[in-house]
Ligand binder design. Structure first.
Ligand SMILES: [Zn+2]
Length: 109
């Protein structure tokens, strides 16, 4: 796992790493979960702003909620799957996009 700490100061863009390098906002990998983080361009040190830390926590919560295997069920004349409550609200719109023949990405409004 990557080393990370949470920055509590105001504007992270002006902050420098202990090595003297500057931090850049980059999409980073946290145990397979993609989330923005501040990455030192010189040594690769990864740190999070408060907003980024909250976002990563939310993604981790969603990841935990989606772990259970689900069954396709009949709903009237349609078929569906149940979703964890953490993932969506009733009436919320969702867009589906095939990633490959067995994977569909869902994007919630
Ligand atoms: Zn550095």
């Amino acid at each position: 796992m990557e080393k990370k700490r949470t920055m509590t100061a105001g504007n992270p863009r002006g902050m420098r790493c202990d090595c003297g390098g500057r931090f850049e906002d980059r999409l980073s990998d946290f145990d397979g979960l993609k989330s923005p983080a501040m990455v030192c361009v010189k040594c690769g040190e990864v740190t999070l702003t408060k907003v980024q830390a909250r976002r990563l926590m939310r993604i981790k919560e969603l990841s935990m909620a989606c772990r259970a295997k689900r069954k396709v069920v009949r709903i009237g004349n349609s078929i569906g799957i149940t979703l964890p409550e953490e993932l969506a609200k009733i009436g919320q719109h969702v867009h589906m996009q095939p990633v490959d023949e067995k994977t569909i990405a869902m994007t919630f409004d």
